[in-house]
Write a protein that binds this ligand. Structure first.
Ligand code: AP5
Ligand code: ZN
Length: 217
């Protein structure tokens, strides 16, 4: 299956993507995680991306599309993928369509996670990430680690993302409404969108997502 996951910052895209990718046996491709890996490896791309990410703005399309294309062309993505955080504006969606067309393949679904704004603010404020692995994600109240500041899975140090400050979150939400939300209409016109509520326990949201994807088949 080829799936795009959309939703506001803090909706739980990363959290759900890990579970859905495992269940559907397709790789989870997160442009945010790819940028953060470049930042921690201090690459040129990382340096460029950091300046945009810290401000809550989108990294320029040219570098983002090239990075996503590179990742989608890796062997493990030949039979499907779950895109998390890409595309993030209409020109990225158009570029993705071109890439798929060239390969004679199509998207199967666009899963839209709906969460009220006050909830995403709470989710982002309490989020803690593991320094060792991008998908070890905790929340100080909703899914707290057993020992404060320590990853339950690998013992790594937990940290807060630089772009999770209140000011940056406000910009990220605005960017979501103005630039990313229009892709939902773009994909609705292609009959691909399945909207689900991302409120409630993580397992329930996963179940809702899998049901919606089945209905879409
Ligand atoms: P990115 O990393 O994609 O961030 P985002 O879209 O802002 O999304 P988040 O990672 O903040 O949230 P999420 O929805 O994954 O939530 P999570 O599962 O962690 O992008 C960051 C930046 O990179 C962008 O601002 C931009 O600069 C750049 N970028 C990335 N892609 C780009 C692109 N295509 N083009 C240009 N620039 C790009 O969950 C959040 C918290 O809630 C966690 O603590 C979790 O434990 C908790 N939680 C999850 N689900 C639940 C639940 N059901 N109940 C309670 N708590 C929950
Ligand atoms: Zn860890």
């Amino acid at each position: 299956m080829r799936i795009v996951l959309v939703g506001p910052p803090g909706a739980g895209k990363g959290t759900q993507a890990v579970r859905l990718a495992k269940e559907l046996q397709i790789p989870h491709i997160s442009t945010g995680d790819l940028f953060r890996a470049n930042i921690s490896q201090k690459t040129e791309l990382g340096k460029l991306a950091k300046s945009y990410m810290d401000a809550g703005n989108l990294v320029p399309d040219e570098v983002t599309i090239a990075m996503a294309k590179d990742r989608m062309e890796q062997e493990d993505a030949v039979n499907g993928f779950l895109l998390d955080g890409f595309p993030r504006n209409v020109s990225q969606a158009e570029a993705l369509d071109e890439l798929l067309k060239a390969e004679k393949i199509k998207l199967d679904a666009v899963l839209d996670l709906e969460v009220p704004e006050e909830e995403v603010v709470k989710r982002i404020a309490g989020r803690r990430l593991c320094r060792n692995k991008a998908d070890h994600v905790f929340h100080v109240t909703y899914s707290p680690p057993k020992v404060e500041g320590v990853c339950d899975i690998c013992g790594g140090e937990l940290y807060q993302r630089d772009d999770d400050s209140e000011d940056t979150v406000r910009t990220r939400l605005e960017v979501y409404h103005t630039q990313t939300e229009p892709i939902i209409d773009y994909y609705k016109a292609q009959g691909l969108v399945a909207t689900i509520s991302a409120l409630g326990p993580v397992d329930e949201v996963t179940k809702r997502a899998l049901d919606a994807l089945k209905r879409d088949e």
